[in-house]
Design a protein around this ligand. Structure first.
Ligand code: CTP
Length: 413
């Protein structure tokens, strides 16, 4: 269940006998590394104590609108969640969801949330089979809601039939699987991230404000899309994304040396790193001392990693990033052509934009096309970006794209 590591899972608990299994569900999700928040409906409290769920999730449990001091708790929870799983989902909850009602906190969170919603129904078998419930389930299906189960078997009321909530382990696995879309299944992807450091002397270096967050989000999204991902990262404070092989480097030269052998054997290269364009022409062997006169630093060009990969005889499908302070579209297209890559992803940088921020907005350009991805969290943007890259990659493999792009069809396996 590596795909759950660090994920934000909101568990909705409704009033049903199987609410006791929600405690185990929260525990399994936490064990898999997920962050879990619980929203209980009013009647859930008759079946399980909020304190139990609070202790297991390690977070306060949200129960009523009155817990919502800011008046915006439903929006905050909705933005926080990367998945919502309602377990157990009663017949009444399915009906409410189908109607889009927002007369309790859980209903409002579900309406406000753009992340995927899953439900694990649990009810008496006759209630489950009832045409009203079946109609509600098909409405939810059509809306893209995942319906996990229910299982068949002996029920708390003594009946036998469909209506038992799926086991916590099964639900957690289904959630983990939902993070692996498979758009890049079987492909090898190399991602660079973070800044580079170009040494001036043993204690000083030239660098930039890149936090690495965008690159790590891209690596995570590529992994979740089923790719085997190699992440080559400059110095950042982020933990390695789950399921991704990470190599840490410092300078542009080290990054180049790490990337080239990996890129030769890869299908896609996504160059998110803010690599230095210049490095000191000489590295002083000892600490440079203060002097009264001005000091001029001699710089020489650093290795252009993206251009080097794009120029490989068996180059992978290359995607570059462009951090710009203006003229986004023109600069991005110019960069795409000058680096000889299939796609450039441009973003504005400057105070409060791009670097060192949680959110971003991206402009994707390729030959004959462009797409604006509006402001969102870096992770959500990365998921959408990976979907776009996968689509363009598949087209290129079919030889449907720009004839003069540097990636060659023989390598777009
Ligand atoms: N890049 C690279 N190696 C470098 C510099 C940049 O691989 N030495 C990659 C970045 O990872 C990014 C793309 O090239 O994918 C664009 O980087 P950017 O610094 O924005 O563009 P430059 O080529 O440096 O052009 P300019 O500074 O003139 O905008």
């Amino acid at each position: 269940m590596e795909f759950l590591s660090g994920k934000h899972i909101l568990v909705g608990v409704c009033g049903g006998v199987s609410a006791y299994k929600s405690a185990e569900l929260v525990r399994v999700l936490r064990r898999a590394g997920a962050q879990v928040r619980v929203v209980m409906t009013a009647s859930a409290g008759e079946f399980i104590g909020a304190r139990t769920l609070q202790a297991l999730s390690g977070e306060p449990v949200w129960q009523r609108w009155s817990d919502d001091r800011s008046g915006m708790q439903h929006i905050e929870l909705a933005r926080w969640a990367e998945r919502i799983l309602i377990a157990p989902a009663t017949a009444d909850r399915l009906a409410r969801l189908a109607q889009g009602r927002a007369d309790d906190l859980l209903g409002a969170v579900c309406l406000a949330c753009e992340a995927p919603l899953a439900v694990a129904p649990a009810m008496n078998q006759a209630m489950w089979r009832h045409p009203a419930t079946q109609h509600n389930v098909s409405v939810l299906h059509e809306r893209g809601v995942q319906v996990y189960g229910p299982d068949e078997g002996e029920q708390a009321c003594g009946d036998v039939g469909p209506g038992r909530m799926q086991e916590p382990q099964v639900l957690a696995q289904a959630l983990a699987d939902s993070f692996q879309h498979g758009l890049l299944a079987g492909l090898r992807v190399v991602v660079t991230a973070g800044p580079t450091r170009e040494a001036l002397d043993p204690v000083r270096y030239l660098s930039n404000r890149s936090s690495g967050k965008m690159g790590y989000a891209v690596a995570t999204a590529a992994r979740e899309a089923g790719a085997t991902v190699e992440l080559v990262s400059g110095p950042v404070v982020l933990p390695a994304p789950a399921g991704v092989r990470l190599q840490r480097v410092e300078s542009a030269q080290e990054m180049l040396e790490a990337v080239l052998p990996l890129a030769r054997a890869s299908d896609l290269f996504i160059s998110v790193a803010a690599v230095a364009d210049y490095r000191p022409a000489t590295v002083a062997p000892a600490k440079i001392k203060r002097q009264a006169a001005d000091r001029v630093l001699a710089l020489e060009p650093a290795a252009d990693i993206l251009a080097a990969v794009a120029a490989l005889p068996t180059a992978p499908f290359c995607v570059g990033f462009a951090a710009e302070t203006g003229d986004l579209r023109q600069n991005a297209q110019k960069k795409r052509l000058s680096k000889g890559v299939a796609m450039v992803v441009a973003n504005l940088v400057g105070p409060g934009l791009g670097f060192e921020t949680e959110d971003n907005a991206l402009l994707l350009v390729w030959e004959g096309g462009q797409l604006q991805l509006e402001k969102d969290t870096k992770y959500r943007l990365a998921v959408r970006l990976i979907a776009q890259i996968a689509a363009r990659y598949r087209l290129s493999a079919l030889n449907v794209v720009e004839p003069h792009a540097k990636h060659s069809t023989e390598n777009t396996r």
